[in-house]
Design a protein around this ligand. Structure first.
Ligand SMILES: Cc1cc2nc3c(=O)[nH]c(=O)nc-3n(C[C@H](O)[C@H](O)[C@H](O)COP(=O)(O)O)c2cc1C
Length: 352
């Protein structure tokens, strides 16, 4: 059965123009990644998870995650925490920052997060999880979505009990990554649970986990009834996976790969500053240049270069035609029109 991925759908009043969603990924989903995802066909992009405690304490780096560019919309900003009042306050700030959807993280399996009562641990406490959703939904006029795992332990079906309660509490969309928290990223995502969840709730469900090709995306949409598929790891350094899922099977040339990487690097430097970007970008070199696109020693060499300028020079020497592609890409990009963080009404929530 063929499914049309170009069909729009909605989260509350927010229209999402395609059935492909770019996953939130900590340490990956910077603005450059999200803008690129939109260009390659994602109908909705998400920030990485943002700490509610960090927002409360006005942590500078945390607030940096709330920067929204004009060409990212629709955009979900994801928050994690465990205190309903603090989550509600964070939701108001997320709204002021210009997000279209507030997403709540009930899926993070990492100890540092679960031991604070946040992330996937909330699947073990449905009452408290529902209190959080209801506090957030009351605090913001934006639609609220929740991203969750199947449960905390292997074989758990808790998402099927928790999901409908979250909808009753005000969630207008659910994303299910049907692995247990204990599994982390091992084993496989069991999308038969996604189909069961879809049957239980009357809000759209996004299917996340192991979707890396058009064939898989079509199969998951057709067999689960999900409103959209979410793609994470397959899109790391590989926006062409998104294009393929949307129906454009053309493999990129070496010049296009290098040009996209260079654009990503420049945008990331603008976003994070040269110092942070230098370390942040290293994993992306392997992601972009892997998949048989460039020889391994070349990738290894780039990681050892001390400055981004040297990486740029080396990349352009390896694919001189990339310069022209990059110029074209940069000319096509709209001006970055950010909501300035200074304009956030942070002071009125200060101290509370
Ligand atoms: C590096 C990395 C960081 C992630 N960070 C987040 C996050 O901040 N919030 C979240 O809800 N999920 C996070 N996830 C989970 C993904 O959003 C997604 O559900 C999961 O990777 C399964 O999809 P995939 O097989 O397409 O990668 C992360 C995954 C990875 C690999």
């Amino acid at each position: 059965m063929s499914v049309d991925l170009h069909e729009p759908w909605s989260i509350g009043p927010v229209e999402v123009p395609s059935r492909l969603v770019l996953a939130p990924m900590a340490g990956v989903s910077v603005q450059a990644f999200r803008r690129q995802g939109r260009r390659f066909g994602a109908g909705l992009v998400c920030s990485e998870m943002v700490s509610v405690a960090g927002i409360q304490h006005r942590n500078e780096r945390t607030l940096g995650y709330l920067r929204v560019a004009a060409d990212e919309h629709p955009l979900a900003i994801q928050v994690f925490g465990s205190d309903p009042a603090a989550m509600a306050e964070a939701a108001r700030i997320v709204e002021a920052a210009g997000a279209d959807v507030v997403d709540i993280n009930f899926g993070c399996p990492v100890k540092k997060v679960t031991k604070t009562g946040a992330g996937a641990s909330l699947l073990d406490d449905p009452d408290h999880a529902a209190r959080i959703v209801s506090a957030v939904a009351e605090a913001t006029s934006l639609p609220v979505s929740v991203k969750m795992r199947r449960g905390t332990v292997d074989g758990s079906r808790d998402c099927l009990a928790v999901g409908p309660r979250l909808v009753a509490a005000g969630a207008q969309c659910l994303t299910l990554h049907p692995r247990s928290a204990k599994q982390m990223y091992t084993g496989s995502a069991d999308h038969s649970l996604t189909a069961e969840l879809v049957a239980l709730v009357d809000v759209p469900v996004i299917a996340s986990g192991d979707i890396a090709s058009r064939a898989r995306a079509q199969a998951v949409l057709a067999t689960t009834g999900a409103a959209a598929v979410m793609v994470g790891r397959a899109a790391q350094g590989n926006p062409w996976a998104l294009a393929e899922i949307m129906g454009d099977e053309r493999a990129p040339s070496r010049e296009e790969v290098v040009a996209e990487l260079l654009l990503f690097m420049r945008e990331t430097v603008r976003e994070l500053g040269e110092l942070r970007a230098t370390g942040f970008l290293k994993k992306f070199y392997g992601w972009y240049l892997g998949r048989g696109r460039f020889p391994k020693p070349f990738k290894q060499e780039l990681v050892t270069l001390p400055t981004i300028e040297e990486v740029e020079t080396r990349l352009l020497a390896a694919a001189p035609g990339a310069r022209e592609v990059l110029e074209r890409l940069e000319a096509e990009l709209p001006e970055v029109d950010e909501v300035l963080l200074d304009s956030l009404p942070i002071s009125i929530y200060g101290g509370g």
